[in-house]
Design a protein around this ligand. Structure first.
Ligand SMILES: [Zn+2]
Length: 114
């Protein structure tokens, strides 16, 4: 008899908020995520070993640890603000089509050299 066991890590994206990055000090989208570690037996996660919350800056890519309260609060705030937003336009209106390039004048035929 043999056992197959191991550690399984699962990441889940909770939401995206627009906040000031603590690393690059630039307002940018921060991805709030949750990473949980499980003890797995026969590839089935059975026992939770721990859960970490983090935010990743989409600009500089630095991940910052968060507490569970911070993460849930940030996601809740983001959900609230997006719900109250007044029908945002997801895409800017398409620009006017470019005018056709002017017809190129044919180059003069090469003059025969005599
Ligand atoms: Zn950053």
């Amino acid at each position: 008899m043999f056992l197959i066991f191991g550690i399984k890590r699962m990441s889940r994206r909770l939401g995206t908020v627009f906040a000031l990055c603590s690393q690059c000090h630039t307002p940018a989208a921060q991805v709030i995520g949750r990473r949980s570690t499980w003890f797995s037996l026969f590839f089935v996660p059975l026992i939770p070993l721990g859960t970490k919350y983090f935010s990743t800056c989409t600009l500089c890519g630095v991940s910052t640890k968060l507490t569970k309260e911070q993460a849930t609060q940030m996601v809740a705030t983001a959900a609230q603000s997006s719900a109250t937003a007044q029908s945002p336009t997801p895409f800017p209106p398409s620009p006017a089509p470019l005018p056709d390039p002017p017809a190129q004048a044919l180059p003069p035929p090469p003059s025969p050299t005599s």
